[in-house]
Design a protein around this ligand. Structure first.
Ligand code: HEC
Ligand code: HEC
Ligand code: HEC
Length: 357
């Protein structure tokens, strides 16, 4: 009997050991499975957070828009998780990259930042782009100008023409939307073709502004978007602008796609305006102490549709004017522009501020 019990005991022990052994064998697989589930959930959460907070600058596929750096690069994907986390949490001082962490005055919790970092490291950019499109958050296309081949040939014929031609192409693709097709400036940015400015700024000054940007303004740092040859060549173009013009080069002024002024578009713009803009710009655009009047003949007559769309999309850095590009579609921004334009005929002329005595 006791023998029998011992055998049973032994068998039991064997069974327990075996079960433990199997469990021990299965444990890593289970852990991997659990970790994969956590990771998948983080990627999904990170994708939506990215769509809502980051596309306006880093693009729907992480490709980087205009001067804003790509996040789909090997460099960023290869950053260690902690560095990535810290950039998102704390931002980069004196750049448009704001601190997103709640502890730093931002809006994202630790979990959310972690999900963003996991998503960026996973590099699932096709899924991100599809989700961004699904949410209607694909940012509007920044206006890019084409340099006509005959213009390029004219520029290439000048001394050191290849560098100038590269400068002109770089300028057309990246700078013309704000600084004007021929460097004449716009409501968004100063002229770059004036003799006064050439006298004031050396080549080193120009290079520095382009590389560093001007914090607190729309002038971003172009250090990561342009290579050093492009920067040298665009500086050469700015330096020799008169010569380029005198050789007969005249870039076609950018024609933005006309804004749809149909009553439906205006009505939809008015709805969006009431929802998003009234608290600062006032009912019917008459202004408040927080923000200037937009229902204002001077502003509307001097600001082309493309510039209004660009201001709404990019915001005004360093002020409370938000960048709406990440929240509104191109069609929404065009509709708001149509609504503002519809006010022009009856807009009061705002008197110029009284001269300081
Ligand atoms: C208003 C524009 C803007 C928005 C919105 C924005 N960023 Fe950035 N981001 C930048 C700029 C500009 C830089 C480069 C800063 C510098 O010069 O170091 C940057 C840099 C980064 C970098 C480091 C890239 C590198 O190569 O070192 C990461 C990561 C990043 N952003 C993630 C995000 C995430 C995630 C979001 C959304 C939660 C976001 N950013 C939203 C403008 C933006
Ligand atoms: C989104 C609009 C925008 C784009 C795009 C842009 N800039 Fe600017 N740029 C500005 C603004 C605004 C200023 C004025 C900043 C200030 O207040 O000092 C400026 C200033 C400058 C200045 C200094 C001018 C001066 O008189 O001090 C230079 C040079 C310049 N930009 C070159 C460029 C080049 C080259 C590009 C393209 C690679 C470019 N910018 C793209 C908006 C822009
Ligand atoms: C939180 C406040 C705030 C909200 C909300 C806001 N704005 Fe602004 N907006 C401003 C401020 C402040 C300025 C002036 C920036 C400056 O000093 O250049 C401005 C400037 C502008 C300008 C340029 C005006 C000019 O005279 O140069 C336009 C256009 C504009 N906003 C459109 C909009 C639209 C459209 C919306 C809604 C989608 C909106 N804003 C929502 C604060 C706001």
């Amino acid at each position: 009997m006791t023998r029998y019990m011992t055998w049973l005991g032994f068998l039991g022990t064997l069974l327990i050991v075996a079960a433990l052994g199997i469990a021990a064998l299965r444990e890593p697989a289970r852990q991997v499975q659990a970790a994969e589930a956590v990771q998948a959930a983080a990627v999904i959460e990170g994708t939506d957070l990215y769509a809502q907070n980051c596309v306006a600058c880093h693009g729907a596929s992480g490709e980087g828009l205009a001067a804003y750096p790509p996040l789909n690069s090997e460099g960023v994907q290869g950053m260690d998780a902690e560095t990535l986390y810290r950039v998102i949490e704390r931002g980069r001082y004196n750049t448009a990259m704001a601190a997103f962490g709640v502890d730093e005055g931002g809006i994202l919790t630790q979990m959310q930042i972690n999900s963003l970092a996991v998503m960026i490291q996973a590099g699932t950019w096709d899924t991100v782009a599809a989700r961004v499109a699904e949410l209607g958050l694909t940012p509007p296309q920044i206006t890019v100008q084409e340099v006509p081949p005959e213009t390029l040939a004219l520029v290439q014929a000048l001394p050191a023409g290849d560098s100038l031609a590269n400068g002109l192409t770089t300028y057309a693709e990246n700078c013309a939307a704000c600084h004007g097709a021929n460097g004449e400036g716009s409501s968004l940015a100063p002229a770059l073709n004036s003799a006064e400015q050439r006298a004031r700024l050396t080549d080193d000054d120009l290079t520095r502004v382009i590389i560093q940007g001007v914090p607190g303004t729309l002038m971003a740092s172009w250090a990561s978007a342009l290579d050093s040859t492009q920067i040298t060549d665009v500086v050469a173009l700015i330096r020799r602008w008169d010569e380029v013009m005198q050789s007969g080069v005249q870039m076609p002024v950018i024609e933005a796609a006309p804004v749809d002024m149909s009553p439906e578009a205006v009505a939809s713009g008015q709805r969006l305006y009431s929802l998003l803009c009234t608290q600062c710009h006032g009912a019917a655009g008459f202004g408040t102490p927080l923000a200037p009047a937009l229902n204002n003949k001077t502003f509307l007559s001097q600001t082309p549709d493309a510039a209004i769309q660009q201001i709404i999309s990019l915001g005004v850095t360093g002020t409370s004017m938000p960048a709406w590009g990440g929240y509104l579609t191109e069609a929404d921004i065009a509709a708001i522009t149509a609504y503002l334009r519809s006010l022009e005929a009856t807009a009061p002329v705002i008197a110029a501020p009284p001269a300081v005595k």
